[in-house]
Design a protein around this ligand. Structure first.
Ligand code: FES
Ligand SMILES: [Fe+2]
Length: 418
C-alpha cells in the first residue's frame, strides 16, 4: 500500500507539482512526425496538464507553443500556419516557432518585439516529435533510444489514449506477473490471440523476480524453471519516469518492444508503443496485427488516437470467448491492459492495496520515482538524464539450468554494464 500523500506526489503532474517538475526534465514523446506537415494544419496536444499547439513552419522547423494566444487567449488551433509562423485568427498576431510575436494586424504601432509566448524546444527523432518542457539549463542530450536510430522500415510506432492516470498505466506495463495470467489463451488456436498455452511464459512455474537498480531505473529479470533442465529468463529495462524496454518474445532475439506512458493530465495518459528489429526490416517478421490492440485503423482511430474498443462499449468483451478461448474475452493484449487499468478509476487509491512479493517491480519503481523527485527538489539532475540510453535492449532466453542467466542476459541488454 501507499499513503495518500505519496500517491498524490507520484500521480499529480501539472505545472509546479514535484512529479511534474521532475518529468519536465525529460524529452517527452508528443506527436508522430507525420502529424505535422510543412505549412500544414496546427495540431493541439496536451502534456502534463498544459494545452499546447504544434505546427511545422515553412522552413520545416517544429513549433510547440502554449495553445492560448497571449493577446486575449483564444486558441491558436484556429490559427493560420502562414509563412514561417502561426497567425491567430482573432486579431492577427503572428508567432514564430520560438514563440516570438512577429506581427500584429490590429495594432497601427506594432509592439510585437515585446511579446513572446511560451514555447518549448522540439526535436524529430525516430518518426516522433519530442518536446522538452523544463528549465533550459537542464535540457538533456537528444533522445537516443535504439529504436529511434534504426532505419524507418525496421520499426513501428503507434500511440493510444488511455483514460486513467499515467502511473496506473505504467504499473500495468512493468508488472509482468499479470501477463501470463490475464493475457493467456485457454486453448490452441483461440478465437483471439493470447499467450500460447504451451509456451514457456505460461508453462513455467511462477517466476523468481530480480530487480537491479541502475542510474536510469532498473533491470528486471523473471526467471522461470522449465522442467528439470531448463529455465526461461526474461529481462526488461525500466527507464525513469515512463519508459519500458522489453523483449520481443520467445524466438524473436533481434527484436525489442516497449512503451512510454506519458501523462496528458492527471486523469489521462498517452501510451506510446514501439516495436523494432535491430537486424531486419519489420515486414519480414512483423507480429500479428491484432496481438496488441494498438494497430492504427484496426484497433485505434488514426485521427483521435482512441481505441475502438473502450469503456463506452465495455471493450467489446465477449463472455463466450472468455469461457472457452482466452482469459479475458477481450481482443488485443493492450486493450485488456487498458480495460483493467481504466476500471480502477482515474487515480486509484493505493492505500487500499495488498501488495505481495510478486509486486517487487512496482514497489521499486515507486521508490525510484520518489528518489528522482527528491533529487530534482534538492537541485540535482533527474535520473538518467546525464547519459546515453542508446545501448539498452531487452532480452529473453530459454537456457540450461546450469547457465549463468544473469551475465548472459546483461551482456545482451546493456553491453556497457560492468
Ligand atoms: S486573441 Fe490572438 S490576436 Fe487577439
Ligand atoms: Fe499486460
Amino acid at each position: 500500500m501507499l499513503s495518500s500523500d505519496i500517491n498524490e506526489l507520484l500521480t499529480r503532474v501539472g505545472p509546479g507539482t514535484p512529479m511534474g517538475n521532475m518529468m519536465r526534465r525529460y524529452w517527452i514523446p508528443a506527436l508522430l512526425s507525420w502529424e505535422l506537415e510543412t505549412d500544414g494544419d496546427p495540431v493541439r496536444t496536451r502534456l502534463l496538464g498544459e494545452d499546447l499547439i504544434a505546427f511545422r513552419d515553412t522552413s520545416g522547423r517544429v513549433g510547440v507553443l502554449d495553445e492560448y494566444c497571449p493577446h486575449r487567449l483564444t486558441s491558436l488551433w484556429l490559427g493560420r500556419n502562414e509563412h514561417d509562423g502561426i497567425r491567430c485568427v482573432y486579431h492577427g498576431w503572428k508567432f514564430d516557432v520560438t514563440g516570438q510575436c512577429v506581427d500584429q494586424m490590429n495594432e497601427p504601432n506594432s509592439f510585437s518585439e515585446k511579446v513572446k509566448t511560451t514555447s518549448y524546444p522540439a526535436v524529430d527523432r525516430g518518426g516522433v516529435i519530442w518536446v522538452y518542457m523544463g528549465p533550459p539549463e537542464s535540457q538533456p542530450i537528444d533522445p537516443d533510444f535504439e529504436w529511434t536510430q534504426v532505419p524507418e522500415s525496421y520499426r513501428s510506432v503507434t500511440k493510444v489514449i488511455e483514460d486513467c492516470n499515467w502511473l496506473q498505466a505504467l504499473e500495468g506495463g512493468i508488472d509482468t506477473s499479470h501477463a501470463p495470467v490475464m493475457h493467456r489463451a485457454l486453448r490452441e488456436n483461440p478465437a483471439h490471440p493470447g499467450i500460447p498455452v504451451g509456451g514457456p511464459f505460461v508453462k513455467g512455474d511462477a517466476p523468481d523476480l530480480h530487480v537491479e537498480v541502475t542510474d536510469y531505473g532498473y533491470r528486471y529479470f523473471g526467471v522461470r524453471k522449465l522442467g528439470d533442465d531448463e529455465q526461461y529468463v526474461r529481462g526488461y529495462h525500466y527507464v525513469i519516469p515512463w519508459t519500458q524496454i522489453r523483449p520481443g518474445g520467445p524466438g524473436r532475439d533481434s527484436q525489442t518492444n516497449g512503451h512510454y506512458w506519458v501523462p496528458i493530465d492527471d486523469g489521462h495518459c498517452i501510451v506510446w508503443n514501439f516495436y523494432y528489429d535491430y537486424d531486419h526490416p519489420l515486414s519480414e517478421n512483423a507480429p500479428d496485427a491484432q496481438d496488441t490492440g494498438n494497430t492504427f485503423g484496426v484497433d485505434v482511430d488514426i485521427k483521435t488516437f482512441r481505441s475502438f474498443r473502450n469503456r463506452s462499449n465495455d471493450w467489446l468483451i465477449d463472455r463466450q470467448v472468455q469461457r472457452t478461448d482466452t482469459f479475458t474475452g477481450i481482443l488485443g493484449v493492450n486493450t485488456q491492459d487498458r480495460a483493467a487499468q481504466e476500471l480502477m478509476g482515474p487515480i486509484v487509491d493505493r492505500s487500499r492495496e495488498h501488495l505481495g512479493p510478486a509486486d517487487k517491480a512496482i514497489i521499486t519503481a515507486r521508490q525510484l520515482l520518489q528518489k528522482g523527485v527528491n533529487a530534482v527538489m534538492d537541485g540535482g539532475h533527474a535520473p538518467g538524464t546525464q547519459r546515453s540510453l542508446g545501448n539498452l535492449r531487452s532480452a529473453d532466453a530459454v537456457l540450461p539450468l546450469t547457465t549463468d542467466w544473469h551475465d548472459e542476459l546483461v551482456s545482451r541488454m546493456d553491453p556497457d554494464a560492468n
